[in-house]
Design a protein around this ligand. Structure first.
Ligand code: GAR
Length: 226
């Protein structure tokens, strides 16, 4: 059965592009059924259209409050009957109603080594703190902002001449490996949220999440080779 994937974006959509590219060889396993952006001008919508995908804008400025926007978003999303909803640079705080509606099949990618630096401006905050390591995390989305069970993290070294822009570039390069790998785990039925616990292959994922460097082989190999 093909996994029906819906991607929510707000911006340039480089993560979306990585997901599209990594599904190209496996159309029978996973299919992006739609891409929805809260910003009509998002470059990611262009990427979606170029890939022949349904690309929709649902502008949050057309709604009086968060509740009514999220309700409209749920209605749009559910038309596509997704099995998996991926937040890929979707820059909105979600209502409780939205999060509970997609519980267990809603993932987010966040540009920090969670639980450090929840929220915005993560690259600047890493520099301000003098950290030597930075990175990105994919996690299940639950009610707490950037606080759901961690799945997989990728890290980079912070260099003495780094700027927020240079960190963002290197973090995003890692994200383009990180998010597709986790997506394929979900498609394969290997990744699940059981109660409040993220599990891979039936094993509880430690609270600090797994590390991408431990899965280099998984990235090199065809995830569907038997
Ligand atoms: C990514 O770096 C992602 O981690 C971040 O936005 C960027 C989107 O880039 N997400 C967040 O900050 C969510 N809190 P993209 O549009 O090129 O994929």
């Amino acid at each position: 059965m093909t996994c029906r994937i819906l991607v929510l974006i707000s911006g340039s959509g480089t993560n979306l592009q990585a997901l599209i590219d990594s599904l190209q060889a496996h159309p029978d396993k996973g299919q992006i059924v739609a891409v929805i952006s809260n910003r009509p001008q998002a470059l990611g919508l262009e990427r979606a259209r170029n890939a022949g995908l349904n690309a929709l804008a649902l502008d949050n400025r057309d709604y009086p409050d968060r509740e009514s926007y999220d309700q409209a978003l749920i209605e749009q999303i559910d038309r596509f009957r997704p099995d998996l909803v991926l937040l890929a640079g979707f820059m909105r705080i979600l209502t409780e109603q939205f999060v509970s509606h997609y519980r267990g099949f809603l993932l987010n990618i966040h540009p920090s080594l969670l639980p450090k630096y929840k929220g915005l401006n993560t690259h600047q905050r890493v520099l301000d703190s003098g950290d030597s390591e930075h990175g990105s995390t994919v996690h299940f989305v639950t009610q707490e902002l950037d606080g759901g069970p961690l799945i997989l993290q990728a890290s980079i070294q912070v260099l003495s001449d780094d700027t927020p822009a240079s960190l963002a570039t290197r973090v995003q390069q890692q994200e383009h490996n990180l998010y597709p790998l986790v997506m394929h785990w979900f498609i394969q039925g290997r990744l699940r949220l059981v109660d409040d616990q993220a599990c891979l292959d039936g094993q509880a994922i430690p609270p600090a999440g797994l590390r991408l460097e431990d899965f280099n082989n998984d990235m090199r190999e065809d995830p569907y080779a038997s």
